[in-house]
Design a binder for this molecule. Sequence first.
Ligand code: ZN
Length: 268
Amino acid sequence: MLASPLDILALAAHRDDVEQTCGGTLLKMAQRGHRTGILDLTQGEMGTRGSAEDRAREAAEAAKILCTSWRQALDIPDGRVENTWENRLKVVRVLREQRPRVVILPYWKGRHPDHYTASVLGYEACFLAGLGKLDVDVALPVAAGDSPATLASLRAGRPQDVGPTDLLPYRPFKIIYATLYYDVRPTFVVDITEQFESRLEALMAYRTQFSDQEAGKGIFPARDEIRSRIESMARFYGTLGGVTYAEPFIQKEVGLVDDLTLIPVKSI
Ligand SMILES: [Zn+2]
């Protein structure tokens, strides 16, 4: 039997990307009773500070603070997220297992190649996951020319009770893009005023990255600096939505309105 589907799955290149870009939104959705999940494409082995194991522990702690029901990291190399057939299939497998109604992807432009590549990779995986004739168990070894060891690693981490035949085609209903890393006007923001402190706490769970310490001091700002930077971003997007703190998103589709008197955000 499959676990219950996720309502919302946030996908990102690196552990802590979700915490930084849409952690408040995920927590808010969980508080409303939705099942939320996080898929990190990489395990953070290229980070200046801390090992992949440290980051796994920190990611689990952050997930707990955000009340997520599910979190997993794939084995795509950190710093080398590529939109390959093999990587798309790894994401397809997760989508078919977790069956999220909404998928949050990173915005498709950015400074870090892993971020924008994760966006396109995630979108294409959402499309592929719905193809009736795509069998990931067949497609993986044949199409990617994988060794049995690679295939075994792809299958590792799957829920024990999920057999290959259970992975039926599935396509998410909605895809939205978390835009916080990029200077672009969002199409909507989510009010995270009540979730702001917990979201900051989730980010600070990555102690190897964010605590005040000697290693990498030049690249990593101190905790107070991080707090004020995160707060000013959240305030900026909050102002756009007429609330205190918010997180920005883009949807490619138009907004659908039923009742003009209920459209939020004041005009003048
Ligand atoms: Zn990142």
